[in-house]
Write a protein that binds this ligand. Sequence first.
Ligand SMILES: [Zn+2]
Length: 232
Amino acid sequence: MIKDSKWNWPLGWINRVLELGNLSVPVLHNDVADKVIWKNNNGNEVDFSVGRVWKDTRECGSKVRWSKVVWFSQCVPSHAFILWLAMRDRMQTQDRMAKWCPATDFSCMSCDKQSDSMDHLFFRCEYSNYIWEEMKEYIEDKTIPNSWKDVKDWIIRKKSNNSAASVIQRLIVAACVYMIWKERNTRLFSKTQMPKEKVRDKIIEVVKIRFIRLRFKDGDEYNKVKKKWNIV
Ligand SMILES: [Zn+2]
């Protein structure tokens, strides 16, 4: 890259990154081995490593309060991803789509009473509300709210740790959001429908299978969860 004390960048590089031509040319010593260095975000030159470059170049947002609700070692990754979208209110619900297509007449694929939205899908709609009420039995807390904003507040306030109760309630919330969203999209795009009881059964099945594979500290709480889920 350096020839006769001048930069010798390939022409394609110079055309794409004009700043290369402005860099000062380092003084080379024949008796010193070449070394790759990295100028970090603070402007300091440090040893190069892929990890360091990743850290400096990725977009780093502030840590959210719900990170442990979504991402934990016992989670189901596909469920966690959809829950992550829901936590960020990034789902393309009909109320959002209506802003782009004002002439379209949107209607909830389950109840046909209004366009769907986060609050409607999770869990105000009579279809999803049935599933959510049934699953509250498994969380053993009938006071859990029914609108997405309040559900988020509720789950964020709960302790997120490795106890059986904490893991199971986060698995249930993620499975409910995933399965209801999947059913909504299936109805929207392929016109096939699953009864709400079947979706509830699928949620119970997937959470139970996940839970059985996990290990918890023996104790009253673990035994209580096992009893509730008929796990021997
Ligand atoms: Zn509905």
